[in-house]
Design a protein around this ligand. Structure first.
Ligand code: AHR
Length: 656
């Protein structure tokens, strides 16, 4: 009986592997290694940054105190009074003479009461055991002898760090700081601030930052969040968005000049994502601009990315008020663009160049591209863009203008804009696609048909949207694999599509409004989604030259559910082939290299795969989908590979 069972199992196993082999399709591909068809742009793969989903405040900007300057609509938002019985201990004072930050807190404390404040942070504060945090505040008019006792509390209100600060009697605003060390790791800490002694003091900009920020910059950026960007070696960073640029109305638009200079003078505004989605209201979402345009330029420089600022063109979001600036008043908007170029590139003798230098950057930031308008459409956009273009071309022919082709990659609005922008001879057109996986698959050949003599294309916001419920789980392998297939088309057309970025960039698991997103975070952790790993593989292996790869003389754009592109890296002397198998069967591929050169040496294969298209990464399981790398010796002009079901495979081969 046992023997019978074993024999049956053996036969079944043979039958299974036979069927597996029979099921394998074999696809022959020709790679014309000696006939590259164009150069890949050195800044091809980049990042799109917007303060959405707690991307900046509560995210990469490492400030842990929410509403540090009492300027939110409700000045007490984020704060809790820990007070005794006496009325009038805490008073919010509004002094209209203080530019950009009119409110401050006046404390009037008698000896007989306990008085304190507690800040809840952004869905808590992330602190690590043993790490130091810098508390600081601006204060004035302190009574001699008044002291502050600062206590870090965990989620159960247990003290996990304490420090003291004695306030000297003073008349004008000054900053004081002290270090606190946490004895516990938690993402839900709070900060209590007790006022001890008797007297009065005015307080503002009550702040807590990790000491260990990106590059150790005081009041800087969250190290882990910048690092995950740097790891992608992004070719550019587009900032500050997105719809943030437009604002719900013009008053709420992003004005870069209000985001530079001393941080206590940067006037905050409500974040437009605060109330955008009724099902994801985020009433405590404001833009403090601690991360302002200077910091964005610095970030770009730090991670080796071209800075790509996008400015408001005199139009508020057309999904909201659709308010437009009168054409005769557009000068103010155009002047903002001219001044920005001066801020970025001007000599320190100029007004704005001097501000950049005063802020700490003597050298220019070397700005080369400027976006005018985000997702704007209609003749009202073309009218405004034309005015910008006239002045910018005249005064700054060295700056390439990026113009929007609207919200959709096809349809009437798109066709209208695409035609006009080409007539206007715009340098770069910014196309956006938030589409289902099927769109990404069927558009892998989109750019094969584009005019090579027209504007360059910036695939400025792409993301495959599945039917999965909103939230971090929406970043599935299905979405990422369909993007991988589409990106073969961008790479093959890298002479035309010179920039591409996924959008949005960050999502906070406790504070998102929009999903899917490229990278998810909580107050302590950060992880890349499958889409992150897909784009990162393209970016780290972008090569320098586009090499034709065909099957039966055709680009490989989904025949038998297979997609392919190839590049040559002239520095590393390697050819890199990217293959996507979007089927549930393994596929056998024969790569035939048509070349006088030899393929010989150690090959590298990197695979992203999973048999479950619905799988996603998460804070708990950040590496469900991650690259698996192997190396092996290889030689010959005909290479046989089996690509796994539902996989993205990158093969890097040495060329001699
Ligand atoms: O990425 C999220 C939003 O999508 C951007 O702000 C906007 O440009 C697009 O509609």
């Amino acid at each position: 009986m046992i023997i019978m069972k074993k024999v049956t199992l053996f036969i079944l196993a043979i039958a299974f592997s036979m069927s597996f082999l029979l099921a394998q399709k074999a696809i022959d591909m020709e790679i014309q290694l000696d006939n590259p068809i164009g150069k890949i742009s050195p800044h091809m793969w980049g990042v799109f940054f917007e303060d959405i989903n707690l991307g900046a405040d509560g995210g990469i900007y490492a400030e842990l105190v929410k509403n540090r300057s009492f300027e939110f609509d409700n000045p007490w938002m984020g704060w809790k009074k820990l007070e005794g019985k006496t009325e009038g201990t805490f008073l919010i004072v509004n002094d209209a003479n203080r530019r950009g930050n009119s409110r401050y807190l006046r404390v009037n404390k008698t000896e007989d009461i306990q008085a304190g404040l507690q800040n809840e942070g952004f869905r808590g504060m992330g602190v690590q055991s043993g790490d130091a945090y810098i508390f600081s505040l601006l204060y004035r008019g302190a009574t001699e002898g008044l002291k502050l006792r600062l206590v870090l509390l965990d989620e159960n209100d247990k003290a996990i760090g304490e420090s003291h600060l004695t306030l000297a009697a003073n008349k004008s605003w000054e900053e004081k700081s002290v270090k606190l060390t946490s004895s516990k790791t938690t993402s839900k800490a709070k900060l209590a601030l007790w006022i001890e002694g008797e007297g009065t003091v005015d307080m503002d900009m009550i702040s807590l930052f990790p000491e260990d920020t990106w590059k150790g910059r005081p009041k800087g950026l969250r190290k882990d969040m910048v690092q995950i960007l740097a790891d992608m070696k992004p070719g550019f960073i587009r900032f500050p968005g997105g719809c943030i640029v437009e604002g719900r109305d013009l008053a709420n638009r992003f004005q870069w000049k209000k985001t530079v200079g001393p941080i206590e003078q940067r006037e905050l505004i409500i974040n437009r994502w605060n109330t955008e989605f009724k099902h994801r209201l985020t009433p405590d979402y404001f833009q403090t601009f601690g991360l302002g345009f200077y910091e964005y330029f610095l970030l770009a420089e730090d991670i080796g990315a071209e800075p790509v600022p996008i400015l408001n063109c005199g139009m508020a979001c057309q999904f909201n008020t659709a308010e437009v600036a009168a054409l005769e008043n557009l000068d103010e908007y155009i002047q903002d663009a001219l001044d920005l170029i001066e801020f970025a590139n001007g000599s320190i003798e100029t007004t704005w160049g001097k501000l950049r230098a005063d802020m700490g950057h003597l050298e220019p930031f070397n700005l080369k591209m400027l976006g005018v308008g985000n997702e704007n459409w209609g003749p009202q956009y073309i009218e405004r863009l034309s005015l910008f273009k006239k002045v910018l071309n005249e005064k700054h022919p060295e700056i390439a203008i990026i113009a929007s082709s609207g919200t959709d990659p096809e349809g009437q609005r798109f066709d209208y804009l695409d035609e006009r922008l080409r007539e206007m001879n715009i340098g770069i057109i910014d196309e956006h696609y938030y589409r289902p996986p099927s769109w990404f698959l069927s558009n892998a050949d989109r750019y094969d048909k584009y005019d090579r003599n027209g504007p360059k294309i910036f695939a400025g916001e792409y993301a495959s949207h599945t039917t999965r419920p909103h939230g971090p789980g929406r970043n599935t392998w299905e979405a990422a694999l369909s993007e991988a297939a589409f990106l073969t088309g961008l790479e093959r057309n890298g002479d035309l599509v010179t920039m591409a970025s996924y959008a949005p960039l960050f999502g906070h698991v406790d504070g998102w409004q929009w999903s899917p997103d490229l990278i998810w975070v909580d107050n302590l952790n950060v992880y890349g989604t499958p889409s992150y790993y897909v784009q990162k593989l393209y970016s780290l292996h972008k090569g320098t030259d586009i090499v034709p790869i065909t099957s039966n003389g055709q680009h490989v754009t989904g025949q038998d559910s297979v997609y392919a592109s190839a590049v040559y890296d002239e520095k590393d002397k390697k050819v890199i082939v990217k293959l996507v198998n979007y089927s549930r069967e393994p596929v056998s591929v024969h790569l035939n290299f048509n070349s006088k050169k030899k393929i010989q040496g150690e090959a590298t294969k990197i695979i992203l795969t999973h048999d479950n298209l619905d799988i996603a990464n998460s804070i708990e399981e950040p590496l469900n989908i991650r690259p698996n790398e192997s190396r092996y010796p290889l030689s010959g002009k005909r290479i046989k590979e089996t690509i796994l079901p539902y996989s993205f495979t990158l093969i890097q081969l040495p060329v001699r």
